[in-house]
Design a protein around this ligand. Structure first.
Ligand SMILES: [Zn+2]
Length: 272
């Protein structure tokens, strides 16, 4: 289950079942608790034109400090709306500028996997038996490519994760109340088996409302994650601009909230 929490000024959402493991630090952060101003107010982690780089750096440091992430160990992907997944299984070091991908997995404690969103769905994964965590970015393109299932496959292939040991959470994203899509998106989703029902016609011709969270939930179940191991909240980023950045509702001029997951430093991961 989701619940609200805060560390200092940073307000975030956590998954009770993840916290209960005792080895996972994680947070779906809201926009509250940072130093950025204007449309980026205040916990913006996106290095975007319009926000001050020093403010974003400061926000990054605030997040690392609040969640006990070793300095410089919050890994931010260069998200490209694809389905490429990187595994950080060596020393956790990354290429300059962050890896170009939309999914990260690690069994290494002390490395926080970060996903930045402003309407797209952040996905977290925990293998409770093998102590592996993952994070992914699922907008409509990534979802149409099946990134949730690709994460499950990668966990199974690289870490021998059993599907019944996997837990997943789908964080705050734009809801079916606000996510209007056009023909190309409709075609991409209606071509996928079992997914058409998550597109609802709206009054405007040639437009549909897409339930991105339900599609990801469906894909996770189809990939073998037990239904009762999948958690999601009901908050829509576009409806709740007081809490979240929304690309759509912000007219494209919005910051990015940070969603992070990390194995506790000091814990020994089980070898696979
Ligand atoms: Zn909404």
């Amino acid at each position: 289950m989701f619940r609200s929490a805060r560390k200092g000024a940073i307000e975030y959402i956590e998954v009770e079942e993840f916290s209960a493991t005792g080895f996972v630090t994680h947070a779906f952060c809201t926009r509250r608790g940072g130093v950025s101003a204007g449309p980026y107010s205040s916990l913006n982690l996106g290095y975007l034109a319009g926000d001050r780089v020093e403010d974003v750096h400061r926000n990054r440091t605030l997040v690392e400090e609040a969640f006990g992430v070793p300095a410089g160990r919050l890994v931010l992907m260069k998200q490209v709306h694809g389905d490429r997944i990187r595994v950080l299984d060596d020393d956790g070091s990354l290429p300059e500028g962050g890896p170009e991908c939309d999914g990260l997995i690690t069994g290494r404690p002390g490395v926080a996997l970060g996903v930045r969103t402003a309407d797209c769905a952040p996905l977290f994964f925990v293998d409770r038996a093998r102590r592996i965590v993952g994070a992914a970015h699922a907008g409509w393109r990534g979802t149409a490519l099946g990134i949730a299932a690709a994460m499950v496959e990668t966990l199974a292939e690289r870490f021998s994760s059993r599907r019944e040991d996997l837990f997943a959470a789908i964080g705050p994203a734009i809801g079916p109340c606000c996510y209007q899509v056009d023909v190309p998106v409709f075609e991409a989703f209606s071509a996928m088996p079992g997914v058409r029902r998550f597109l609802h016609p709206c009054r405007e011709k040639g437009r549909w409302m897409l339930d991105l969270i339900s599609v990801n939930r469906f894909q996770l179940r189809e990939a073998g994650v037990p239904s009762h191991h999948i958690f999601s909240g009901g908050l829509c980023t576009a409806c709740r601009q007081d809490l979240f950045f929304s690309h759509r509702a912000g007219g494209g001029r919005a910051g990015r909230q940070i969603n992070l997951i990390m194995l506790h430093d000091g814990d020994e991961p089980k070898n696979t």
